[in-house]
Design a binder for this molecule. Structure first.
Ligand code: ADP
Length: 503
């Protein structure tokens, strides 16, 4: 975990530095940003607390308190500010970004301007149907309807903030190219967090880190604010409305095992702040939880560093082979099914196999290479030797896969998407993977206004929740690219609703 954190710290420094270096900040940037500039020139020190609002500036009261600085929390803050409120963001970790920082594949959306300009004929109804199918039909259909209908608008909103997601790919379970990525095909999380933070700074929205919220205060069904520990000091801060955006509980192994005992022993891809705090605090106020046992394991996680290998690697053409060098499943099936198929192999692991073309199209692979996760060889035969797989098998697997791509027909496993390019350009690559705990799909019950629902099915006035801590949008299997869409769409909604609540 320590390793993950220091990596994230470093990443954040680099990100903020590049945000400054490319001149993408406006003249109205607060002094916070100039402090950022000065500090991040020293990337070895990691992200310093001074990038964020100084604890001495903490006030006793704010219009809207937002707990958590992932994509949901920051979207809510920007939207609340633009709707005329004065929000504050509290983050318990030393840096902003949460699990959002690690999001890789992209953001799903339908009927977008970028799809239209690239000739992709998609519809909100198809997005709805495929997400419902992927989620085993158990999704909250009202939330899902709101989600698909507001997805295109969310892409435009991000674009208006200088966050352009115009490079399209596919994830498992989706038949259209609706996963929106940064122009250069890089991982979405870092780019998104960088852009949202830049907008937070430009609007001079206070964002405190090392600020652990421990309780939401409520008297007579009225929200009164929160308690937090900041720099070791306990404080009570007042507000009439609170937005909880604390993410999931994938890093709290006790909570994971309590809800799904069979996951004991799995590695987690989550950052260490994802401990279900928001769910627990809302439960204390009588909030309702749904589907806490729906915990997604992601099929392609490097087990040495618990690092997730983005679905875009398969989306851009990679195949999966077992230790025998043979394909064993449709790689573009939904995450639950692919994970199950990997676990069914004798080694309970597999290799992602791809070529230089895939590497060129998925920038994240450069990062995996730097992390020492890729094995590369000039030919399929030597790659087979390097991963101790019968060389004939791997060569034959690649030959028959390339034939399937040429024929546009995968008779062996009926894969239908991500078959635009074959795997024939050396060097050839392998990454060893196995499933890991990734996303908690259950959580707090909300309505389409992002209001928290209590155990009597009534809204709790002034209390909003958005992002991974909420439940049932994804049903029993989340589609890759739908979490980023969730945090932006419902983060915005929570920010807007909280701002109108105080008017
Ligand atoms: P989402 O994708 O829903 O936005 P993230 O995991 O990206 O969720 O972000 C949630 C953020 O909330 C993380 O940065 C996490 O550290 C932070 N967080 C979790 N619990 C607390 C808490 N008790 N107080 C303040 N911040 C918290």
């Amino acid at each position: 975990m320590k390793k993950m954190l220091s990596h994230a710290l470093l990443l954040s420094s680099i990100l903020l530095f590049s945000a400054c270096a490319n001149g993408s900040t406006s003249n109205s940037s607060s002094t916070l940003l100039s402090e950022t500039k000065a500090i991040t020139t020293d990337t070895t020190s990691g992200a310093s607390v001074q990038e964020y609002t100084d604890p001495s500036q903490l006030k006793e009261e704010y219009d809207v308190i937002i707990i958590g600085s992932g994509g949901a929390g920051m979207s809510a803050a920007i939207q609340a500010k633009d709707a005329g409120a004065n929000p504050v963001v509290f983050e318990k970790m030393p840096i902003a970004g949460g699990n959002t920082l690690k999001a890789s594949a992209g953001m799903n959306a339908s009927q977008t301007t970028f799809q239209k300009s690239q000739g992709i004929d998609d519809s909100n109804d198809l997005f709805f149907e495929e997400t419902l199918k992927g989620g085993g039909g158990t999704n909250d259909q009202e939330l899902l309807r709101y989600f698909v209908d507001h997805s295109s608008d969310a892409i435009d909103w991000l674009d208006s903030l200088g966050i352009k997601l115009d490079n399209l790919t596919t994830t498992g379970g989706m038949s259209e190219k609706r996963t929106h990525r940064p122009t250069d095909g890089s991982a979405v999380g870092e780019y998104l967090v960088d852009g949202l933070l830049r907008n937070i700074h430009e609007r001079e929205i206070p964002l405190f880190v090392n600020a652990n919220v421990t309780k939401i205060n409520q008297t007579n069904n009225t929200i009164e604010g929160i308690n937090l520990t900041i720099n070791g000091e306990e404080k009570t801060i007042k507000s009439k409305t609170v937005i909880v955006a604390t993410g999931g509980f994938g890093a709290d192994m006790e909570m994971v095992i309590e809800n799904k005992p069979e996951l004991k022993g799995y590695v987690t891809t989550n950052q260490e702040g994802s401990t279900g705090d928001g769910i627990k605090m809302i439960q204390e106020l009588g909030g309702q939880t749904v589907d806490l046992d729906q915990i997604q394991i992601h099929p392609t996680v490097d087990q040495t560093k618990s690092l997730l290998i983005t679905e875009a690697v398969r989306g851009e053409g990679a195949i999966l082979v077992n230790q025998n060098g043979e394909r064993f499943f449709n790689e573009m099936e939904t995450r639950d099914k692919v994970s199950e198929a990997i676990i069914a192999q004798p080694e309970q692991s597999a290799y992602l196999i791809f070529d230089a073309g895939v590497k060129e199209r998925v920038k994240a692979i450069d990062f995996y290479e730097k992390q020492g996760l890729t094995i590369s060889e000039n030919s399929p035969e030597t790659l087979a030797k390097a991963i101790n797989t019968p060389d004939k098998n791997l060569t034959e697997t690649l030959e028959s896969w390339n034939q399937a791509v040429a024929d546009k027909k995968d008779s062996a496993f009926h894969r239908e998407t991500a078959m635009e390019n074959d795997l024939s350009t050396g060097p050839f690559y392998a990454i060893k993977i196995a499933p890991g705990i990734h996303h908690t799909m259950g959580g707090i019950k909300i309505n389409t206004n992002a209001q928290v629902i209590n155990t009597e099915n009534k809204e709790i006035p002034g209390l909003y929740a958005a992002g991974e801590l909420t439940g049932r949008l994804h049903g029993n299997n989340r589609i890759g690219g739908n979490a980023v869409a969730d945090i932006i769409i419902f983060g915005r909604q929570a920010g807007n609703q909280a701002a109108s609540f105080i008017k």
